[in-house]
Design a binder for this molecule. Structure first.
Ligand SMILES: C[S@@+](CC[C@H](N)C(=O)[O-])C[C@H]1O[C@@H](n2cnc3c(N)ncnc32)[C@H](O)[C@@H]1O
Length: 301
């Protein structure tokens, strides 16, 4: 699919803009630049002395964001790197501390539609799931090489699927006759394991959703990276600076919630959102991707 044809609507953008305002000479790190849509919103409020540093593990995202942000007057630096290295990367640019760190986790609409990323069960794509192509292990490597128990544990831990043992058993049985190499093949196996007729698998929540989530988290080391970002953030924020994290599943949200609470206890953060902010019904109608989003914001003391 031609990625310029895929529109990415930023989640909770208006809410973020209401909650966070940057001084004209402010500096922000967009840890997940994606299409650059959130950054565009903040960048429009920055003057020539302001700066945005955008990070993304996907080099195509960097290309897309360049295009989105090219008219901004502030300084824009886009780096193809992992946000687990946020401090090192920002310091290399000669910036010690910033006013705002934004992380809009997960994947963009373009990545979901992109055959080269191989994430979707709605189409038949190579079973890859690496957002960062520098990573070595693909989802196909995991489903074809992991022993049954470890596979079940992975699907349970990262997908929270109670049928994980049965799904793992079916995967192992299928791969004995031929390797599982496409997303369509894997989705069918999961449907079969859950005894869902194919047409039911096309219902609102696909039966393979949790298994695909588990594999994506494992392949991209999503929780490990998020933990590193959360640990580094206080050291990078100016006094009164903000961190905002938008997460899309409870495993991520729990990490953010616990980290913010702990930092609040230690007098490092003030919580701006006691409860996470979720999108309105109207936003979800406009953008289905927003339906599981949760936004948490904290302020550095
Ligand atoms: C939901 S999209 C962000 C969309 C963006 N906020 C916008 O408005 O266009 C998430 C982005 O984060 C990137 N990403 C995911 N994990 C990352 C990580 N550990 N480090 C850097 N970027 C990451 C993905 O490649 C993807 O482009």
């Amino acid at each position: 699919m031609n990625d310029s044809a895929v529109k990415h609507i930023p989640v909770l953008a208006e809410t973020l803009a209401e909650q966070i305002s940057l001084p004209p000479d402010g500096a922000m790190v967009d840890a997940t630049i994606g299409h650059g849509s959130h950054s565009l919103l903040f960048g429009q409020t920055l003057g020539p002395e302001g700066a945005i540093i955008g990070l993304d593990v996907d080099k195509n995202a960097i290309r897309r964001a360049h295009f989105t942000l090219k008219k901004l007057v502030c300084k824009v630096t886009l780096l193809n790197c992992n946000f687990s290295e946020i401090s090192e990367q920002v310091h290399k640019e000669g910036i010690e501390r910033v006013d705002f760190i934004l992380a809009d986790l997960g994947i963009s609409s373009s990545q979901l539609a992109d055959e080269n990323v191989g994430l979707s069960f709605q189409a038949d794509m190579p079973l890859d799931m690496r957002i960062d192509k520098r990573l070595k292990t693909t989802a196909a490597d995991i489903v074809n090489k992991t022993d049954e128990k470890s596979l079940a544990d992975l699907i349970y831990k990262f997908g929270q699927d109670r049928a994980s043992r049965r799904i793992a058993r079916f995967i192992v049985r299928h791969r004995q006759s031929r390797p599982i190499t496409t997303t369509g093949q894997l989705a069918e196996i999961v449907c079969e394991a859950l005894r869902r007729p194919k047409q039911k698998c096309k219902s609102r929540i696909h039966a393979a959703t949790r298994t695909f989530q588990a594999l994506r988290i494992a392949v991209n080391k999503e929780l490990e990276n998020l933990e590193k970002l959360l640990v580094l953030a206080p050291g990078l924020l100016k006094e009164n600076g903000h961190i905002a994290v938008i997460s899309f599943h409870s495993l991520e949200d729990r990490l953010v919630k616990n980290n913010f609470k702990q930092n609040e206890k230690e007098g490092i953060y003030r919580l701006i959102t006691k409860k996470p902010i979720v999108p309105t019904r109207q936003e979800i109608e406009r953008n289905r991707r927003a339906r599981s989003a949760k936004l948490r914001i904290a302020q550095r003391q």
